[in-house]
Design a protein around this ligand. Structure first.
Ligand code: FMN
Length: 214
């Protein structure tokens, strides 16, 4: 698989097999991801991996928060507003889901609430002192991790839902207060029988996105 093939093949995986990820695979993919570029080689990513009982307890904490109608506590505020272009692109998801996932669409909410039944969730954190540039760096780190994982047969999904209740994650994984929990990346072996994983989202025309000047 070439790099371009991997970039094109990747899609968000929302259903996983209950199969743990071997530690040596984690070591390989995190080592590869650590080669990502960052502002002045600051390497601002701080990573916490939840699996097994720790992940079960985080999921239970999320459920309790929902049952208690607790207000969500993401460390990074959700975007307040989207541009018209962004809205137009998001609006294509519904039709793509209908086309690719059929009945499995109905599982979308439940899978989102259950961390997609993934065996592990990788939480990417960043120091609160750092500004936007470190977010740029952890985005690059995340994509590197995701592509290295793909090569090992692993699926992933970056998930805002998985960081809705940061107080729960922080307590369970003993994440220090100086770090923002930016994103959770669910990771594991994709369930090949769940059609939710067939979703192939659309991309805008290149001409709407890339402007060439001579
Ligand atoms: C920062 C970020 C947060 C996301 N949060 C969620 C989420 O909470 N739930 C979900 O189902 N998908 C989530 N996604 C996945 C996006 O919906 C997905 O990347 C997008 O629709 C493009 O599809 P693809 O990843 O399959 O190419 C998120 C993606 C990113 C990058």
């Amino acid at each position: 698989m070439t790099v371009t093939e991997a970039i094109i093949k990747r899609n968000s995986i929302r259903a996983y097999l209950p199969k743990p990820i071997p530690q040596e695979v984690f070591t390989e993919i995190f080592t590869a991801a650590s080669r990502s570029p960052s502002w002045a080689n600051t390497q601002p990513w701080e990573v916490f991996v939840a699996s097994g009982d720790a992940l079960t307890r985080i999921k239970a904490g999320f459920k309790e928060a929902t049952a208690n109608k607790q207000v969500a506590s993401p460390d990074l505020a959700r975007p307040g507003e989207w541009s018209d272009d962004a809205k137009r692109r998001t609006a294509t998801i519904g039709a793509a889901m209908q086309r690719d996932c059929g009945d499995a669409m109905s599982q979308f909410g439940e899978l989102n609430s259950n961390m997609y039944n993934a065996p592990s969730v990788v939480y990417i954190c960043v120091d609160k002192k750092h500004g936007h540039w470190s977010l740029y760096d952890i985005g690059a780190y995340s994509q590197s991790l995701i592509l290295a994982a793909l090569e090992k047969g692993l699926g992933t999904i970056q998930s805002a839902m998985s960081v809705l209740n940061c107080d729960v994650i922080r307590k369970e994984l003993q994440i220090p207060d100086n770090l923002n929990i930016a994103i959770g990346i669910a990771i594991g072996y994709p369930d090949p029988d769940n059609k939710i994983n067939n979703l192939h989202t659309e991309r805008d025309d290149l001409a709407n996105v890339v402007r060439f000047f001579n």
